[in-house]
Design a protein around this ligand. Structure first.
Ligand code: AMP
Length: 431
């Protein structure tokens, strides 16, 4: 017997029965993003590995453990992995910033507001809600002097607005600030001071994180580490006056907009590029993989990747997680088929087929079974497709150049001349 293939572990098919929900998410997002004046960008799904290593940070978990590289990994003499090839993108911020710089977008407008949809790839251990290929919708706002707290508030409220438009309302928004790069340094010193006494009890990964990326310890899922983190007291003493005022302004603006949030001093996000505001949205109904989306400000990244000085803020929402959380949203009625065409014998197939083609060319959806079968089985197929109106072609109809039209909504039936079919359908489908 020949081998049956399955999707690679950690990936999934989006089947037709789920794609209407998928489209709804995309459609609603596009509507809202248009209202907020964001423009779409599409970048390649792979980039130089170095772009991700330099932006997300060599010590981030994503770069250390989850990169899916296209070229074989080479090691240098000391056994260090050389990240010199190409990798599937684990996220899209770095790619968008690369494109912003490469296409000199700063010369075209002072503030560039972009959004994207697309697949991301991470070599994670798959489980429910955690895939190796997953999709995100995200935004990036980039521009010189765009460090306005109103923009942070816009981006946060936009993510909330989008989630609400998908029918979600039981999610939690957490926010925090890391402050400026100098504040962030002070924060890492404060964290190391608090954690030094517990170093021996941290997991092996966190012992390494202590030196390389102490913020990641706050995200560790190991129970011992979580207990330690819970009991160290973190405050905002690392913030400068300006950073503190900036944070207050963002919160005030969110209050003005009526956006509900919770402050979380433990929220840091483990990527190097974040500064100032960071936020995360989670839905407790999703279990252990409960993050719907996350984002924050990354003011230094454009310069770090070779561009001119520019500030930036953005977020990404995970579409599969949203799909899981919106399981109960009913399919849109616009998915229904308007008409279904039935041929009762071979001689009627040409008339039925041309009628269907003519109906479609007039902007009305239509389908048929493409072969002769009993009236009963074709009516069943029409019902399954959700057809509102059925057109029946048999010997009489072909001879008289008519179609028998049955309105499935009220059961009424009448004979209509071929030349008047489209007009008749337009009228009855209007209501
Ligand atoms: P992150 O860049 O990790 O903050 O991801 C942003 C959002 O993408 C998360 O909040 C999730 O909704 C989604 N996401 C991230 N990683 C995965 C994954 N491995 N599988 C499915 N969704 C993911």
């Amino acid at each position: 017997m020949s081998k049956k293939f399955s999707v690679p572990r950690g990936t999934s098919d989006i089947l037709p029965e789920n794609s209407s929900q998928w489209q709804k998410i995309e459609l609603k997002s596009r509507e809202i993003l248009k209202n907020y004046n964001y423009k779409e960008i599409r970048t390649p799904i792979f980039e130089e590995t170095d772009l991700f290593a330099r932006s997300m940070g060599q010590t981030s978990d994503v770069v250390q453990k989850q990169m899916l590289n296209l070229t074989s990994q080479r090691k240098d003499e000391e056994g260090n992995i050389q990240l010199s090839g190409l990798s599937l993108r684990p996220e899209n911020t770095a790619s968008v910033v690369r494109s912003y710089i490469q296409n000199s977008m700063d010369r075209k407008e002072s503030l560039t507001k972009l959004f994207y949809f697309g697949p991301m790839f991470r070599g994670e251990r798959p489980q429910k809600g955690r895939l190796r290929q997953f999709n995100q919708v995200g935004v990036e706002v980039i521009g010189p002097n765009s460090g306005s707290p109103y923009l942070d508030a816009e981006v946060i409220s936009l993510s909330v607005e989008m989630l609400k438009s998908f029918g979600l309302d039981s999610f939690d928004l957490k926010i925090n600030t890391l402050g400026s790069p100098e504040d962030k340094k002070a924060f890492s010193i404060l964290l190391r001071n608090k954690l030094t006494a517990h170093l021996g009890n941290l997991c092996d990964d966190c012992k390494q994180r202590f030196e390389r990326n102490v913020f990641r310890i706050l995200d560790c899922k190991v129970k011992e580490c979580r207990d330690i983190v819970k009991n160290i007291e973190i405050d905002h003493s690392y913030l400068s006056k300006e950073s503190s005022e900036y944070y207050s302004k963002v919160k005030e603006t969110l209050d003005l907009l009526g956006v509900k949030y919770e402050e979380s001093l433990n929220l840091v996000r483990g990527l190097d590029y974040y500064t100032h505001i960071v936020f995360e949205i989670s839905d407790p109904s999703l279990g252990s993989q409960d993050a719907l989306g996350a984002g924050g400000r990354y003011n230094g990244l454009v310069k770090q990747l070779g561009g001119a000085e520019a500030d930036a803020v953005g977020f990404a929402l995970g579409i599969e997680r949203i799909m899981l959380a919106t399981k109960n949203v009913v399919a849109d009625s616009s998915e229904q088929l308007s008409t279904y065409v039935i041929a009762l014998d071979e001689g009627s197939l040409p008339s039925a087929f041309t009628a269907m083609s003519n109906i479609r060319n007039n902007g009305i959806s239509s389908d048929m079974s493409f072969r002769v079968a009993s009236m009963k089985s074709q009516m069943r197929a029409a019902n399954k497709a959700g057809a509102q109106v059925v057109l029946i072609f048999g010997e009489d109809e072909v001879t008289n150049k008519t179609a028998t039209i049955k309105d499935m909504r009220d059961g009424s039936q009448r004979s209509v001349k071929d030349s008047e079919v489209v007009q008749f359908l337009k009228e009855i489908l209007k209501g």
